[in-house]
Design a binder for this molecule. Structure first.
Ligand code: C2E
Ligand code: CA
Ligand code: CA
Length: 766
């Protein structure tokens, strides 16, 4: 098969068609890799384009009449299907119509009919016949002649499809926003150009029908525009809009550092007038610096004052580089983070500070201490903690609002005196803590502040006591919480001494605290196992007669041996265990009295100690009365020793209870008269049977003669008030003689006997 006659145009045409086939194959491959609903119609379009190219190619080069008839018949039929695929492409591309199933069936039906017609034509030639024609340039090619009405059907069908496609594209181009118009116009223009050129070729009756060539070009162009083309103008406009509307301020600079564009936000942040200054002051230097550098984008933060308000910005710098890697300018985006930062700061403050006083809260104080110590490894630090004694009581008495005032004032004073290099905070309800470089710590400052607070808050109902514990940190590795605990432990050692406002931690305190914890843990066992036992110390009349005895507890400890009450009573009082021990001791005493009663020694009494704390924990009246009933003893034989501090602080509440106990028949004795707060006044207001004076207290505080004279007046007063008086701690004969001279005739003390186990006591005094 070779052209009958070769003209150079003919060769050119053939070569072009071959190239076309190759080109189309390549595009089919590309199109198949793409995504989306356009992929299918486009691939079909390209396949049909190949089909028609080959059909026309064969038509050009064949030398038999029948082959030419078949080829051109296929070509025409191919055009039918090409246009149908074009239509489904337009449907997907424009989405302005949706071919119904019926319409599609009709169109496909007509195409099938037309195609069959062309096949039939091969045999009966009812549409066209082909004949050879020699053209001027010597080319002998095939031409189609004798087109019949059946050919007209083909033309009407195909041009209807063409019209439909063109219309759909045109309507879409008009309807779509100007922004996207181009996308449809390009396809429409291409399509119409092809149709037009095709028509021209037909009319010109050129032997070289280039319409197939045009269809191929159309297919490729359409594929390109639909699948791969990204309209730069469209993108540019889109980006410009995005930039204009973006919430960041955008500044663009040209190669020479001149600001060529700013968006709306720039105006909003900086105002129209200040813009130039801002631009110059903020970016000039940065542009110079960054444009010389290698980095293509750089992020940094700035604070700028805009409209008198300080704003925080995240700045992002970007170099603009052209395709040849040349620097052509840059742009900056500024994101306003003021609100975010302020919110963060607020939130941070909220979670790290105490709401009431504004000081650091516990957790943050701990953090701050750790940080401060970490950055100053060579500084020696001291942890100071303060605590208000009975703050709960204050709240109850005067209300929480007043309580808050106390805390606020304490915080203010702390803040006022805080020197640089310290951190402080409120670490719990009424506890404040401060970490201070040891060489800057001044105890006087704290004492002064505490006195100021006392002056402010003390009244007739309430005496404020604030204590400060000081721990010179010797182990930096321990946790801040432990440091605070140690300072607080120092506070514990204030107990009893109201004047020691500032106390220092030492290792013994920790040992003591550990010891206390240990014995508290052992208490239940000890009570159950009967490790607590009763020692008796005789009370003697001036004529040497035994009057009775004081019951004093001893702890027969399995490991530590005999433990004296001084080592544990205080701890049990502090931890609320004392009432259980006391109740146990009273029972031992009552049992012993029952025994003595049975032995006919009803004249002897036993004095038991009643701790101040017992008044809180138990119903003393029913406890004690039940006891006498249970053991069938006379209440007067169970003397009750109550320390004078109970009567001092709980006077109102307790006088009535004591009165009831006395009415029941118990003898009440004021213990330790002359210790801390002895008040002669108190004696007038309370009725007790006996007052017990401790020699030890007197000796310690006064010179001998003065002590003796005070003792003398006290004894006189007690006797005048009609109460009995007993002196304890009597160690010498002189003391006994002198006391007898003063009118005291009852004694207890080492001079007579030490406290002793019951068996020993009974042995000795029977
Ligand atoms: P207290 O009630 O004042 O008991 C008197 C303390 O003085 C006893 O110490 C006793 O041994 C001691 N003593 C007696 N005569 C002399 C003396 O001539 N010179 C000196 N220097 N001391 C003398 P003890 O037995 O060690 O008791 C200490 C404190 O423990 C008691 O002081 C009391 O407050 C408390 N206590 C003892 N037993 C009990 C108890 O069963 N319950 C409660 N709540 N407290 C108790
Ligand atoms: Ca006592
Ligand atoms: Ca005593």
């Amino acid at each position: 098969m070779f052209p009958l006659n070769g003209g150079c145009h003919m060769k050119f045409l053939l070569t072009a068609l071959c190239c076309m086939v190759v080109l189309l194959s390549v595009w089919i491959k590309r199109a198949r890799k793409s995504e989306g609903e356009l992929k299918k119609p486009i691939v079909h379009l390209l396949w049909l384009a190949i089909f028609t190219v080959i059909a026309q190619g064969v038509f050009f080069i064949c030398d038999s009449n029948i082959t030419a008839t078949v080829a051109i018949g296929f070509y025409y039929a191919g055009i039918d299907w090409l246009l149908i695929v074009m239509l489904s492409y337009v449907e997907a591309y424009t989405r302005i119509f949706r071919g119904s199933r019926a319409a599609k069936t009709v169109v496909y039906g007509l195409a099938v009919l037309d195609s069959l017609n062309f096949i039939l034509n091969i045999f009966i030639g009812h549409i066209f016949v082909v004949s050879q024609h020699v053209y001027k340039d010597g080319y002998a090619g095939w031409s189609v002649s004798r087109a019949t009405p059946s050919f007209t059907f083909h033309l009407v069908f195909t041009y209807t499809l063409v019209a439909f496609c063109a219309m759909a594209l045109a309507v879409k181009a008009v309807k779509t926003p100007a922004f996207y118009r181009r996308k449809y116009l390009i396809v429409l223009i291409l399509f119409l150009t092809v149709v037009l050129l095709n028509g021209i070729c037909k009319l010109a009756k050129s032997p070289y029908d280039i319409s197939v060539f045009l269809y191929c070009m159309l297919g490729i162009q359409i594929s390109h525009y639909s699948l791969f083309y990204k309209p730069k103008g469209l993108i540019d406009s889109t980006l410009a809009l995005v930039v204009a509307d973006i919430n960041d301020a955008v500044f663009c600079f040209d190669l020479w550092g001149k600001c060529v564009y700013t968006n709306k936000m720039v105006e909003e942040y900086f105002g129209r007038d200040t813009r130039v200054d801002i631009v110059n002051s903020v970016f000039e230097e940065k542009i110079r610096e960054y444009s010389r550098g290698e980095q293509e984008s750089i992020q940094y933060k700035v604070q700028l004052e805009t409209d008198g308000k300080l704003r925080f910005f995240n700045v992002s710098y970007h170099k603009l580089i052209d395709k040849k890697q040349c620097y052509i300018g840059c742009f900056f985006t500024l994101r306003d983070r003021t609100e975010e930062i302020e919110k963060f700061k607020e939130e941070h403050h909220r979670v790290t500070h105490d709401k009431l006083t504004g000081l650091f809260n516990r957790e943050y104080f701990f953090d701050a201490v750790e940080k401060l110590m970490a950055v100053n490894p060579d500084v020696k630090y001291t942890m100071v903690c303060s605590n208000i004694k009975g703050f709960k009581l204050y709240n109850e008495l005067f209300g929480e609002k007043m309580g808050d005032e106390v805390l606020k004032m304490e915080a203010e004073l702390l803040e006022r005196d805080a020197v640089e290099g310290t951190v402080y905070g409120r670490i719990s309800g009424d506890e404040f803590a401060i970490l201070v470089p040891t060489k800057l710590f001044r105890a006087e400052k704290f004492i002064k502040n505490i006195n100021q607070m006392k002056e402010h808050f003390n009244n007739s109902q309430y005496q404020m006591h604030i204590y400060v514990g000081v721990y010179e940190i010797d182990d930096r590795a321990e946790s801040v919480s432990v440091m605070c605990d140690k300072a607080k432990l120092a506070i514990e050692s204030h107990r009893g001494d109201y004047n020691a406002v500032v106390t220092y931690y030492d290792k013994k305190l920790l040992e003591k605290s550990l010891y206390e914890r240990k014995i508290v843990g052992e208490f239940d066992r000890a009570l159950e196992q009967g490790e607590f036992c009763m020692f008796l110390q005789p009370q003697i009349a001036s004529d040497g007669r035994l009057l009775g005895a004081e019951a004093l507890v001893r702890w027969q400890h399995p490991e530590r041996g005999l433990v004296f009450p001084g080592d544990f009573i205080g701890v049990f009082e502090k931890t609320g265990l004392i009432y259980r021990l006391d109740r146990y001791m009273w029972e031992l005493a009552a049992d012993k009295l029952r025994e003595w009663k049975e032995q006919g020694r009803e004249d002897l009494y036993i004095s038991v100690n009643i701790s101040a704390k017992d008044f809180y924990y138990i119903d003393l009246y029913s406890e004690l009365t039940n006891l006498t009933e249970k053991y069938g003893i006379a209440p007067k034989n169970l003397k009750l020793e109550i320390t004078e501090t109970v009567l001092m602080t709980e006077m109102q509440n307790q006088t009535e209870l004591l009165e009831r106990l006395r009415r029941y028949g118990f003898q009440i004795e004021i213990d330790d008269f002359g210790s801390g707060y002895s008040s002669l006044n108190m004696l007038k207001n309370i009725d007790v049977d006996v007052v017990k004076i401790d020699m030890g207290f007197l000796d310690k505080t006064e010179r001998v003669e003065r002590g003796t004279s005070i003792l003398n007046s006290i004894i006189l007063l007690i006797k005048n008030l009609g109460m009995g008086v007993i002196t304890e701690g009597v160690e010498t004969k002189e003391q006994v003689d002198s006391l007898m001279g003063m009118g005291c005739h009852m004694f207890q003390g080492y001079y007579f006997d030490k406290p002793m186990p019951i068996e020993v006591f009974e042995e000795k005094y029977r």
